[in-house]
Every structure is written in structure tokens, then in C-alpha cells.
Design a protein around this ligand. Structure first.
Ligand code: AMP
Ligand code: MG
Length: 325
């Protein structure tokens, strides 16, 4: 943790005054506002360029603070919160009276989580309320995993940036809807499906990435400037070299089995063999290839198990059809 106590106090003051604070979490950096201040919440949407119907996550300091933020806590939510909070798990429950509709995109449900980061927890404790925070990037772009990423992308649009070092998990939280008869995953993330199933004692459904299931889960998201194409792992080198020959500036996500291979491309990222390391590095790799001037990124999907499920979800959406402007 690099932020000092005086920084935490200052950030809490900014939140109380209706300002925006970028805060570190274990997943990615968030763009935070006082969850109970509709004008501050509205500024988040404005700064991000995020459509107002995309609901935000409310961050609180602990499961014992759920009162007022949600109407009731289903048994499955209690169980999951007990096991995974603080941690990269977001629970969707019925909206409590403290949550303005601006934060939920007009929905009667709300997404809540307790982040597992000393700086985020210190801020929540000093502030005393809930903090709504989406990732601190422009809508649709790659999420920030360092304070430097936030400053580079949002600059003066954010009132204060709390630096808590690089994010440990590197991909967003897993979102689980517990409002129905059986919990279901709305977005895979830092807590694995396997770990959820072990705690719940039954299988849990995972979304198809081919259609929008909830607001905010659009086909193109987490996208670098360069176009991303996904191919089978054994075709990565061939496809990358072909595209480079055709005149593209190609960035390659080289699968672990090819590491060390010479590739005729503009830039090469060696994909880590460990899924935890891959998740931690993913958004940094995408930013790096953009910075090196790549216009095309050739990658493949990891096996969709453990953290590989979240990584594959982000890569698919980074490769998703871009909105036509
Ligand atoms: P992020 O965009 O990373 O801030 O994550 C927020 C995401 O949480 C949104 O894009 C939605 O997909 C999801 N979410 C938030 N609130 C709800 C809700 N009430 N119901 C369903 N999904 C939600
Ligand atoms: Mg985001």
C-alpha cells in the first residue's frame, strides 16, 4: 500500500464534497463517488462516457454494513459473502433505500461488493458510506490496473487519484445474481466458477458471451485501440506473420507453448503459463501493444476453467464488433 493516511483523509473529503476519487482495488482501479449523492454518481457516467442505463457496483467496508444498501440478504448471498468477502465477488440483490436509481441504471436490484485492498478498505472506513465505482477508464476501453493508467486516461477529469500500487488480481470481479431461485454468474471474474460451486454445493450457470444479458455487458468492451483477432493457439504465429506481411503492425499474444519462438511481428507478448499471472498482466499487455503502435493484435483463448474463464471472456469482448460511429 503506497497511499498515506493523509491521502486517505483527503480522498474521503473529496467524496464527501461530491467529487470523484480513483481508488485501487484488488481487481482494477475504480472511479469512485459517494453512492448516495446522485449528482456525484451522474458525474461518473459523464466522465466515463458511459450510457446511464449501465448499473454501477456499490463498494462497502464489510458484509455487516449491508443494511440499507440491499433489502434482504438471501441465504446464498450470506454464504458467498462469508467465504469470498473481502474479495473479487459482486452480489446482485434487491435495491435498498440508500441506493439512488442513478447508481443502478433504474433497476430495482443493486450490485454490491467488499473490495480486498487495504487502501480501498481504509478509504471506505474513513468515508463511512458506500462508494459506487466502475472501472476508471473511458467506456468500452481497457481497464486500468495502475494509478498511472488512470492518470493517463482520465487526467484532470478525476479530482483525486489514490495510488495503491498495481492491482493483484487484474480482472474485474465475478458478478453473481442471487435474486432468483438459483444463483447465476452474470460476469466471470476474479472468483472462479469452481470456487463458487464448491461453496454453494451445486453447479452454477455461466453466461454465453454471444448476447447482452444485462445492461453493461456489451459485445465490445475492454478493447484496446488495435483490433483484436482470436485464432487457435497453434495458428497464432502463422496468422500474425501473414498479417504483418500484409502491412499490419501486428502485436502477438504468444501462447506459453511457443515461448522463445522467433516471430516476424511488430511486438510480442509472452503469455504467462499461470492463469493468475495472465489475469494480472492482461490489461497491461493490451495497453503496451497499443503504445507500441500495433493496429492488430493476434491472440488465442486460454482453457475456460479457473481464471481462464474470465480471461477468455475479456479477450472475446476485446475482439467483439466495435460500435460504428
Ligand atoms: P463495471 O462495468 O466493471 O463497473 O461493472 C459493473 C457491471 O455490473 C455492469 O456493467 C453490469 O453488468 C453489472 N451490474 C451492476 N449492477 C447490476 C444489477 N443491478 N443487475 C445486473 N447487473 C448489474
Ligand atoms: Mg469497466
Amino acid at each position: 500500500m503506497t497511499a498515506r493516511t493523509s491521502d486517505i483523509e483527503k480522498a474521503a473529503g473529496v467524496l464527501r464534497a461530491g467529487g470523484l476519487v480513483a481508488l485501487p482495488t484488488e481487481t482494477v482501479y475504480g472511479l469512485g463517488a459517494n453512492a448516495e449523492d446522485p449528482a456525484a454518481v451522474a458525474r461518473i457516467f459523464q466522465v466515463k462516457g458511459r450510457p446511464p442505463a449501465h448499473p454501477l457496483i456499490v463498494h462497502i467496508g464489510g458484509a455487516e454494513q449491508l443494511d440499507g444498501w440491499v433489502q434482504d440478504v438471501p441465504q446464498a448471498a450470506r454464504l458467498l459473502a462469508e467465504h469470498f468477502w473481502p474479495g473479487p465477488l459482486t452480489l446482485v440483490m434487491r435495491r435498498g433505500s440508500r441506493v439512488p436509481l442513478e447508481a443502478t441504471g433504474g433497476l430495482e436490484t443493486v450490485a454490491v461488493r467488499v473490495p480486498d485492498h487495504p487502501v480501498a478498505l481504509a478509504l471506505l472506513s474513513a468515508f463511512g458510506g458506500g462508494v459506487t465505482a466502475p472501472s476508471a477508464n473511458r467506456f468500452g476501453a481497457v481497464s486500468p490496473v495502475t494509478a498511472g493508467h488512470v492518470r493517463a486516461e482520465l487526467g484532470d477529469a478525476v479530482d483525486f487519484v489514490l495510488d495503491g500500487g498495481p492491482c493483484e488480481v487484474g480482472v474485474e470481479s465475478t458478478i453473481v445474481d442471487v435474486t432468483g431461485d438459483v444463483p447465476c454468474i452474470l460476469r466471470p471474474g476474479g472468483v472462479t466458477r469452481e470456487d463458487l460451486e464448491a461453496v454453494l454445493g451445486h453447479p452454477i450457470a455461466v453466461p454465453s458471451t454471444s448476447r447482452v444479458r444485462v445492461p453493461g455487458q456489451h459485445a465490445s468492451h475492454y478493447a484496446p485501440r488495435a483490433r483484436v483477432v482470436l485464432v487457435e493457439p497453434e495458428k497464432v504465429v502463422v496468422e500474425a506473420e501473414l498479417a504483418q506481411e500484409l502491412g499490419h503492425q501486428v502485436g502477438v499474444f504468444l501462447p506459453p507453448s511457443f515461448v522463445g519462438a522467433a516471430v516476424k511481428a511488430h511486438a510480442v507478448v509472452a503469455v504467462p503459463g499461470s492463469m493468475a499471472a495472465y489475469a494480472r498482466g492482461l490489461y497491461g499487455f493490451l495497453r503496451e501493444l497499443d503504445q507500441q503502435g500495433c493496429d492488430l493484435i493476434v491472440a488465442s483463448l486460454p482453457a475456460e476453467e479457473g481464471l481462464g474463464l474470465a480471461i477468455a471472456n475479456r479477450l472475446r469482448r476485446a475482439a467483439g464488433p466495435r460500435p460504428t460511429v
